[in-house]
Design a protein around this ligand. Structure first.
Ligand code: SDX
Length: 429
């Protein structure tokens, strides 16, 4: 079939322009609209970029209609079943699954960079004890360029990759240090004999007064959750990282901006908001009341953990996490009523015409909080968990953009303000 041609015609002038069709390996074809302003004199208008591709990328593919998610071509279901988080991190960064020797070298490289500059602990100690950990994470990560300025020549690919490795390696250490500051507990340093998630758990929960055994159930569950949260193409926080990176800002500043974007309850903050919502619903008997509120256009309340900008089918990650939530609660012998409430809320919502017609399904955040809560992560740390995992996607996408060289991002606008007018002295206003 000949390639489809798309021609835009301005009826008022009779002028036409053929828009080049760009097709990726998979996914909807896109129109290159760059020539529109200079030929037909039009810009395009797409608030929230719901129909606009900001870049080409080889990292992650999502098909929202079919509920498909693949990292570098590998289906998320297969990676969740067979891989581990550090191997997925290598895949997202390098584009291929590692050989045994490559994985061993990568594991050692990450492990080697888990320590943080001691002065960062002084920085963290300056926060009020009840500061939200996402506020602390954004501040501390943004300050990293002040501590690791030794290799910051962003034109040097080796320096770019080292910054990415440092981010992946240090996020768990920073997150745990922020949590321990909040708890008033002494510092715990990385233990290089532990795996990535075991190390994180040990830094989070071990105390000097007694021996701490890392729960293998928790380590395995967090490894799975980190895999599922690692990347998700051009979501709000990743797009933020790319936009900040496009100005030439250093990767630490770019990731700090991504952390701030992820914090929003419409994005990564939803996992914390789901638990808050479930606690507010409290009992299955009140589910109907909240579903009605979610449907009421005059009520700003939305069903947290439902809906997605791209998935108009089940979020494949939610399916995997739902199963994991059951397994974890069974293994630790918890019958958390919030899980039963969540299951009932999901059942009722998925039978409701409003949610069916608007294709609102549970997303990645709906069940993850239940696992985090069951494994002892405080609600305020849920989005920090998301940020630890998504750092791999952020730095992979940042590296991809840096490697190809991208012009500074600069969207346009439709100006709807006052037309030109002359200044009036204060006495005549
Ligand atoms: C993440 O982009 C990513 O990939 C993000 C993410 C990632 O991995 O990076 O997947 C992670 O952020 C998941 C989403 C977590 N957020 C939440 O769970 C918060 C609750 N969800 C909503 O705020 C909402 O669904 C969004 C923000 C996720 C999507 O918003 P959109 O793009 O406006 O949704 P839509 O256009 O598909 O909405 C269609 C309709 C709208 O009503 P109408 O204007 O057509 O009348 O459905 C309504 C929306 O108002 N709607 C909801 C709803 N979500 C959408 N109504 C009630 N409850 C909801 N949760």
């Amino acid at each position: 079939m000949p390639d489809n041609r798309v021609i835009v015609t301005d009826e008022s002038t009779g002028q036409s322009l053929e828009l080049p069709v760009i097709k990726g390996t998979e996914g909807e074809p896109t129109l290159q609209i760059k020539a529109l302003p200079s030929t037909l004199g039009y810009f395009t208008y797409d608030p929230g970029f719901t129909a606009t591709a900001s870049c080409t990328s080889k990292i992650t593919f999502i098909d929202g209609g079919k509920g498909i998610l693949r990292y570098r071509g590998y289906p998320i279901e297969q990676l969740a079943e067979h891989s581990n988080f550090l191997e997925v991190a290598y895949l997202l960064l390098e584009g291929e699954l590692p050989t045994a020797a490559e994985f061993e070298a990568f594991d050692r490289e990450i492990t080697y960079h888990t320590m943080i500059h001691e002065k960062l602990r002084t920085f963290i100690s300056g926060f009020h004890y009840d500061a939200h950990p996402m506020a602390m994470m954004a501040g501390v990560v943004g300050s990293l360029s002040a501590f690791y300025h030794d290799k910051m020549d962003m034109d040097n690919p080796k320096h770019r990759r080292l910054a990415a490795i440092r981010m992946i390696a240090k996020m768990p250490t920073i997150a745990a240090a922020c949590y321990r500051h909040h708890m008033g507990w002494p510092a715990v340093y990385p233990d290089n004999s532990l795996s990535y998630t075991e190390n994180f758990l040990n830094m989070m929960f071990s105390v000097p007064s007694e021996k701490y055994e890392v729960s293998q159930v928790a380590a395995k569950a967090f490894d799975l959750l980190f895999i599922l949260h690692a990347d998700h193409e051009q979501n709000a926080s990743t797009s933020t990282v790319r936009l900040v990176g496009s100005t030439g800002a250093n990767p630490y500043a770019s990731v700090a901006a991504g952390i701030s974007a992820l914090w929003g309850p419409a994005h990564g903050g939803a996992n914390e908001a789901v638990l808050t919502m479930l606690a507010e619903i409290g009992d299955v008997s009140r589910v109907g009341e909240f579903i009605d509120r979610a449907k009421d256009k005059n009520d700003p309340f939305r069903l947290m953990g439902f809906g997605h900008r791209v998935y108009k089918n089940y979020d494949p990650r939610a399916t995997i996490i739902r199963q994991a939530a059951h397994e974890v609660l069974q293994e630790i012998g918890s019958d958390d009523p919030l899980l039963s409430l969540a299951m009932e809320l999901e059942r009722i919502a998925l039978e409701d015409e409003y949610f069916i017609s608007k294709k609102l399904y549970p997303n990645v955040d709906f069940y993850s909080g239940i696992i985090y809560k069951a494994l002892g992560i405080p609600t305020s740390m849920f989005t920090v968990m998301f940020a630890i995992a998504r750092t791999v996607g952020w730095v992979s996408q940042w590296l991809e953009q840096e490697d190809v060289g991208t012009p500074i991002g600069r969207p346009r606008q439709v100006y709807a303000g006052a037309a030109e007018r002359d200044y009036k002295q204060i006495g005549s206003r």
